[in-house]
Design a protein around this ligand. Structure first.
Ligand SMILES: [Fe+2]
Length: 463
């Protein structure tokens, strides 16, 4: 299946500063944008401000960088800053499909031909983190005040990163405006929430010379937790996306086009009208053809993906907007500050991290409970052992998130009650006696056994 390409030029020419009615042709175009985001979770666009030459310049520089020896690249590694800037080596990022049990169950229901490849462990790809755009002076979600990292021998680094990053953000903003209009929202419904968001240019580098076998998974099946993700065209194919109907599609990005994908934050804002697009990056037959051609032409065998994650501002509240609040499933998307939402999503990745060779580097990301969490099996005060780690017990309770949010009126779902019963009383008591968990009200958690008729003994609460 070929995804259609939306040319942003007509919208940019007419709609730039205009707040009133759009010509009917442009309204149609906006509706097409929202329809495609809804049905496919992906959108191919052509933006005259982001040219193929811009993309080439960026990819050329990143290929040159990723081709450097590991020892050189590790000089830009900042594990003590939790990889928020600089390089993240291969083997550190964890595909969500390895740790999310709900997701694994859904995958088993897909027909064989639409199932994703199974990752064997952390992704074998490198990534470079470069923050783009201004950040708020006052925020509840302070980022680390760290200097950007610039590798030696790349005098063009800052200018290239900033200019490509800003250009891709402008493309995202245009799409976000068009989608808002298409959904019947004010033009700035999304973009006003994106202002001063923690946008991140985060290109990846995958060594196809080393890992070029068909079926190698560079990014295991996952969704993105941000608002919208944008990429320039990669020189090597390999991205598979899943449409709303569960169909798996290999994406072909035409020359000079950009690919936009929906993340979890747009799902929240539209109460599931758009869902976060599932995707994976694997070595396919087409990747192998591109590897052969690149080898013949003596070109780099590093697959660079010029990914930019556009976010909703951390202090802005994620909740279904306008008429989406009337959706019958709006309660699945309770209001939550975007920064808190991101913390929760990261926490769900915690259990696998302890098995990764680099797990200690994640301690800042998991800031609220790290010191208590790597102790292995935890003992309950009554002497009955909880055989899970704090992390894995926490992950088992993911289906209960909505029911344990502070002041949540939502009763525990069947999946949550099943999880509570499977978890057992000792582990629940370990959790409620553990360090505070962002987005979880301890008293609400304590009420779960009763609401689920689980007949647990009450926990001894440690003061
Ligand atoms: Fe992704």
């Amino acid at each position: 299946m070929e995804l259609p390409v939306i040319d942003l030029a007509p919208y940019l020419e007419i709609a730039g500063d205009r707040d009133g009615e759009l010509p009917s042709g442009l309204n149609e175009l906006c509706r097409e944008v929202s329809r495609l985001l809804e049905e496919t979770g992906a959108l191919l666009v052509r933006d005259p401000r982001c040219t193929a030459e811009d993309n080439d310049r960026f990819i050329d520089m990143m290929e040159k960088y990723f081709e450097k020896p590991s020892d050189f690249k590790r000089l830009q590694e900042r594990p003590y800053l939790h990889y928020q800037v600089g390089v993240t080596p291969e083997g550190v990022e964890v595909p969500r499909s390895l740790v999310d049990q709900e997701m694994q169950e859904k995958l088993r229901e897909l027909p064989k031909e639409h199932q994703p490849f199974t990752p064997k462990g952390p992704d074998p790809k490198w990534r470079y983190m470069w923050r783009v755009g201004p950040r708020p002076l006052n925020t509840r979600f302070q980022e680390l005040n760290s200097e950007p990292v610039i590798p030696e021998g790349f005098p063009e680094w800052k200018e290239t990163m900033d200019s490509w990053g800003y250009k891709m953000i402008t493309a995202i903003e245009a799409v976000a405006e068009m989608a808002a209009i298409g959904f019947g929202l004010p033009k700035d419904a999304f973009t006003s929430l994106m202002k001063q968001g923690p946008h991140l240019l985060a290109p990846t580098g995958s060594d196809l010379g080393c890992y070029g076998q068909e079926g190698t998974v560079f990014a295991g099946y996952h969704y993105d937790l941000n608002f919208l993700t944008i990429h320039g065209r990669s020189r090597f194919p390999g991205l598979n996306i899943w449409l709303r109907n569960g169909q798996k599609v290999e994406v072909k990005v035409p020359m000079g086009c950009l690919l936009i994908q929906t993340g979890k934050q747009i799902e929240w804002l539209t109460a599931g009208e758009c869902t976060a697009g599932m995707h994976e990056v694997v070595v396919t037959k087409r990747t192998i053809d591109a590897i052969k051609l690149a080898s013949e032409q003596n070109r780099s065998l590093w697959r660079v993906s010029s990914t930019l994650f556009a976010h909703i501002a951390s202090d802005a509240v994620l909740k279904p907007l306008s008429h989406f609040a009337e959706s019958h499933i709006a309660s699945k998307y309770p209001p939550i500050p975007a920064g808190e939402f991101v913390e929760q999503e990261l926490a769900a990745l915690a259990p696998i991290i302890k098995t990764s060779i680099n797990f200690k580097s994640y301690k800042g990301v998991m800031k609220f409970w790290f010191t208590n969490c790597f102790a292995g099996s935890l003992e309950h005060s009554e002497g009955t052992a909880c055989s899970s780690t704090f992390f894995s017990a926490l992950v088992q309770l993911i289906p209960c998130r909505a029911a344990v949010a502070p002041f949540s009126p939502i009763p525990p779902s069947e999946a949550c009650c099943n999880a509570i019963k499977a978890l057992g009383q000792p582990c629940l008591c370990v959790l409620v006696n553990g360090p505070p968990i962002s987005g979880v009200d301890r008293n609400m958690a304590l009420q779960l056994p009763e609401k689920c008729t689980a007949n647990f003994e009450p926990c001894d609460i440690m003061k």
